[in-house]
Design a protein around this ligand. Structure first.
Ligand SMILES: [Zn+2]
Ligand SMILES: [Zn+2]
Length: 254
């Protein structure tokens, strides 16, 4: 499985893009940024967007991607896939002909540039050649993590979440697990904010990782740009895991 980091952050900064990953050139995992990281030719290859939740730092890039797909008459429509409340939020609050055009009606309702697919929680389903299992996690709005399996290797992507058990329980049963891509938003001193906003801090991550095999590589994403150095120092104190920041624009093979 090839995973390219389009955006590694939980907000936008100078050359720091919101969360998005591209799997095997055709499947987006979150879409906080797309056009800021990919050429037009690369964008029109995207066929699926697996979206964890409706927050802007995970979907803003879909607005410009869909417009690009429409303008360039992409050969394949984009299927936006997520749990039912997330699909509903995108349809009613984003692609609603007020905030942005309803591309499920463009150019025609029968042959649109965007389609929606509701995923079933806790069940394996095929998306673009991957087997995807959405697991609900612990955030301020409905949000799922994803377990992605290509038949050989697997990756767990946390989505935005505070402490959770369901995802790690499901991850424990996955064969060929190559890495966990895990969010962290705030440094330890902002733990009260992390509680309210339902995000990780390095200290929370230390406790979460006790629920997983010890030597698993952990890639951290969704750091708020202004806290990157501080969070990096605190993550460096966690023993027993290979923890590193997901590096923007880098392609990882699992
Ligand atoms: Zn976020
Ligand atoms: Zn969020």
């Amino acid at each position: 499985m090839k995973i390219r980091v389009l955006g590694a952050y939980g907000a936008e900064g100078l050359a720091q893009r919101p969360s998005a990953f591209l799997v095997d050139d055709t499947i987006l995992i979150d879409g906080g940024t797309v056009g800021g990281a990919l050429s037009t030719a690369e964008q029109i290859q995207i066929e699926h967007a697996l979206i964890t939740h409706s927050h802007l730092d995970h979907v803003a890039g879909l607005a410009f991607l869909t417009e690009t797909l429409a303008l360039y008459e992409a050969p394949t429509p984009l299927t936006i896939a997520s749990l039912e409340p997330v699909v509903k939020a995108l349809r009613t609050a984003v692609f609603n002909d007020t905030v942005w055009p309803d591309f499920a009606q463009v150019p025609t309702a029968t042959s649109p540039i965007v389609r929606y697919r509701t995923l079933v929680e806790d069940a394996e389903q095929e998306v673009g050649g991957l087997v995807v299992t959405p697991i609900a996690v612990n955030h301020t709005v409905p949000c799922s993590g994803f377990i992605l399996h290509d038949g050989t290797s697997a990756v767990v992507y946390s989505g935005d979440t505070g402490p959770t058990d369901a995802l790690w329980k499901a991850a424990g049963k996955v064969r060929g697990l190559g890495a966990v891509i895990l969010e962290c938003a705030f440094p330890n001193r902002l733990s009260a904010l992390a509680d309210v906003a339902k995000h990780m801090t390095p200290e929370r991550i230390r406790r979460e990782l006790d629920k997983l095999p010890g030597d698993l590589p952990v890639l951290i994403y969704h750091v708020k740009p202004q806290f990157k150095d501080e969070i990096g120092d605190e993550l460096g104190e966690i023993a027993g895991h290979r923890i590193s920041f997901a590096e923007q624009d880098k392609t990882y093979l699992f």
